[in-house]
Design a protein around this ligand. Sequence first.
Ligand code: BES
Ligand code: MN
Ligand code: ZN
Length: 492
Amino acid sequence: MQFSVTTSTLDKPRAGIRAAGIHHKRKPAAGATVLDAARDGEITALLKAGEMDGEAGSRLLLPTGGSKGNALLIGLGAKKDFDARAARKAAQTLAAALVERPATSAVIAVADFQPRGKDIAWVVHTLVAAISDAAYRFTPFKGKEKTTPVKLDRIQLGVERTEADAAKRACSEAAAIATGVNRAKDLGNTPPNVCYPESLADTAREMAKQHKKLKTTVLDEKDLEKLGAGAILAVGKGSERPPRLIAMEYSGGKKDDAPVVLVGKGITFDTGGISLKPGAEMDEMKYDMCGAASVFGVIEACCELELPINVVGVVTSAENMPDGRATRPGDIITTLSGQTVEILNTDAEGRLVLADALTWVERYKPKAVIDIATLTGACIIALGHQGAAVLGNNERLAKGLLAAGEESGDRAWQLPLWPEYQEQLKSNFADMANIGGRPAGTITAACFLSRYTEDYTWAHVDIAGVAWKSGKEKGATGRPVPMLMRYLLDQA
Ligand code: BES
Ligand code: MN
Ligand code: ZN
């Protein structure tokens, strides 16, 4: 999908569909008024005839434009209620309507979709994200069954001349983020017989070939053994596919600028190991690498935008399988940090692969470390599928992520990391256990990680509830790439 900004009014650019907004009680927004004039009052007449009222979620297609193109009217609801949430909804309605049409191009009256209190950049981001999301298809594994392809491939964002520069900047940012989101979706949706630790390493090497400012390093199982990364190795022991630690160093800033380091959980399939998961919906545990997928997405977006900061993306990847060689409940392992862990449940593997990666990234003397992981089912119980959980050892970083989530519509909510929770991780035999019992499962998982992050500014993002959708629309969402990118853009 190609996104661009145009300053010619809605009746000028050549495009298959011209989209504008109608407020509740048949009140055309500015773009719709221009369209109406270009179409000799056709819109006014249709509104009068009661064809559309402008209610939120409604839409009307005028197929009668001839060379003037089709007009698509989107209901915006009452003007006084048109806030960010309503604007997002309207953008989704618009996106759904656009992708189901056979037209290949569209021009949008951007200001019609701008809620109070938000600037042009925000609307541009919101529209581009919604359209790209609606147009996403994952088809590499469709054999004979044909999926109807999306025809739409060119979107022009119509804005006032005075807003053009801001809109253009936002448009390239949003397009790069959309590329990153799609990358994360693709990786997440790829089946676990095709997506495994070494294949993720290949993806990272590929990306480094394509981008000058990107360098990839891969540690294989022998390197990990030499290093003493006992936790990553313990998780991968039951699999035929050995674990990998992948580092993608993006150097957009000055040489000595401390990098922001992102660490993604990359469990390419989580059976639970010897503490085997129940069978129902186990296929969805292919998404247990969505933290890693979001790291790939962010790094790709940074490359595309040539963001002037340094960012390191680290992926800690293994397949959690039951096997004669697999780690057992009761095993005690030594992590890269030197701390020992009594493994009481092999299904709490994410925190193990993260522990070693979080120790390893000390070498970057990071400005901040953010880990992203589908870490706990408890996170879904706490927040459902609306928001990710954020925890950490630095209020400023945590609040920065929450704000970035709010701004990008990729929301998160903070949970406490009070020291009292640490007691749940006590082990009689090792420095800590890898589980903390039923209460506050998301928090005790973060407590576990906190023991490996004491030397730097750190936040943990649990994305178990937001990284993919179940049911009819099963698929990866690409979250939290938008939140992370908003955070990085605010740093740059
Ligand atoms: N990958 C899962 C977490 C998960 C579960 C994400 C369901 C999304 C949906 C993780 O490795 C896991 O199994 N966690 C356990 C931890 C428990 C054993 C302490 C969990 O949440 O049940
Ligand atoms: Mn697990
Ligand atoms: Zn897992």
